[in-house]
Design a protein around this ligand. Structure first.
Ligand SMILES: *Cc1c(COP(=O)(O)O)cnc(C)c1O
Length: 395
């Protein structure tokens, strides 16, 4: 079970492939078998083994938790049925009535929904604001503020939050710094290096990487909240099944191969999109004109594989563009090998209030692209023909 002693110094790809995944001791199987069992035999009524019941732990789940902790540079990982399972367990474990939280405004729609609709009625209040404005974040800190909830790059507007500056603020005011690292992945961003206390993920996206499994994770930098979160993980019960863990581990093994290619394709397409007459603005942190390009170069090892596009026009143009695309599938989610297109205004962020969406620039002409690993020339041809179809009406 235990990680080999060399692992701490091993490189990212080596960890992704080997960490907590030795050949099966019983059979020599190079890949850990799927332990599809809900319960485990005990030696006696007084002696439980390492595992007793799969909601509380399973060999596949523990391998995934250990591997993710190593990839983020943390001490402990916790796996969940979904990113929302991870986030809700995190919030229920760490916050209590009367606490106040600060969150970036352009946060994942589900995170916003959980904070506003699920824990607010229990007395945990959240203020949402623009985390690129450090002074505004500082001014919003109250005596009962407990944590900074950060997402960077943000979804879907791809702004970057300065992790080092946020950490200084968090330390000065004794706030927990919690980072949703889903968009960047530990391959492209390691928030613990910049002072974060807790990282969480939707492993559904790049970590799984193949759009075939839903999952989530929490990783801790130190052991302060280990026991609390272990208890909440077991008792809330949003723990993943063995096959989901196995699929996620299988995806993780190629993360360091996939991410550079997602990024390379995204870089080429962002550059192409800029020049198209039907496009108002292209947002990609890898473009030199992106307002946080320098910060991306500092705190990230790459720029991700997501592109946000503001079309000339609005809902009508977005409808025509997305239905003209042939290779890009209209779907929520992201980070898989296949390219997807999403319309946050009505899809992922559809339930947010109108004025809130406008303030966060989640407007009717915004389209979000998850750039896959298809041949980039094919992706470019597809984007071009779909955008060309908008041009006559612009004249
Ligand atoms: C998808 C997503 C989540 C939620 O994860 P699920 O696995 O869908 O529950 C959280 N944060 C970000 C940034 C996401 O993209």
């Amino acid at each position: 079970m235990a990680i080999s002693s060399e692992s701490a110094s091993a490189g990212f790809s080596t960890k992704a492939i080997h960490s907590h995944q030795p050949p099966d001791p019983a059979t020599g199987a190079v890949i850990q078998p799927i332990y599809q069992s809900s319960t485990f035999a005990q030696a006696s009524i007084e002696q439980a083994g390492t595992f007793d019941y799969t909601r509380c732990g399973n060999p596949n789940m523990n391998a995934l938790e250990g591997c993710l902790a190593d990839l983020e540079g943390g001490v402990r990982g916790f796996a969940f049925t979904s990113g929302m399972g991870a986030f809700s367990t995190l919030c229920l474990g760490l916050f209590k009535p009367g606490d106040h939280l600060l969150s970036c405004a352009d946060v994942y729609g589900g995170s916003y929904g959980f904070l506003e609709r699920v824990i607010k009625p229990f007395g945990v209040e959240t203020t949402f604001l623009d985390f690129t404005d450090l002074a505004a974040v500082k001014a919003a800190i109250k005596p009962n503020t407990k944590a900074l909830l950060i997402e960077t790059p943000t979804n879907p507007t791809l702004n970057l939050v300065d992790l080092e500056a946020m950490s200084a603020l968090a330390k000065a005011h004794k706030l927990l710094m919690i980072v949703d690292n889903t968009f960047a992945t530990p391959y492209q961003q390691q928030p613990f290096k910049w002072g974060a206390d807790i990282v969480w993920h939707s492993t559904t996206k790049y970590l799984g990487g193949h759009s075939d499994v839903v999952g989530g994770a929490i990783i801790l930098k130190d052991r302060t909240y280990e026991e609390t979160l272990f208890v909440h993980q077991k008792l809330i019960g949003a723990t993943p099944d063995p096959f989901a863990c196995w699929l996620t581990l299988r995806g993780l093994k190629t993360l360091s191969v996939r991410m550079p290619l997602h990024q390379q394709n995204a870089m080429a397409l962002a550059t192409f999109l800029k020049s198209h007459p039907a496009v108002e603005q292209v947002v990609f942190p890898g473009l030199p004109e992106h307002p946080h390009h320098a910060l991306a170069k500092k705190q990230m090892n790459g720029f991700g594989g997501m592109i946000t596009l503001y079309l000339k026009g609005g809902l009508e143009e977005a409808k025509r563009f997305t239905s003209a695309l042939k290779l890009f599938t209209v779907a929520v989610s992201l980070g898989g090998v296949e390219s997807l297109v999403c319309y946050p205004y009505k899809m992922t962020h559809g339930s947010m209030p109108e004025d809130y969406k406008n303030a966060a620039r989640i407007t009717p002409n915004l389209v979000r692209l998850s750039i896959g690993l298809e041949d980039v020339a094919d992706l470019q041809d597809d984007l071009k023909q779909a955008l060309d179809s908008l041009v006559p009406a612009l004249a």
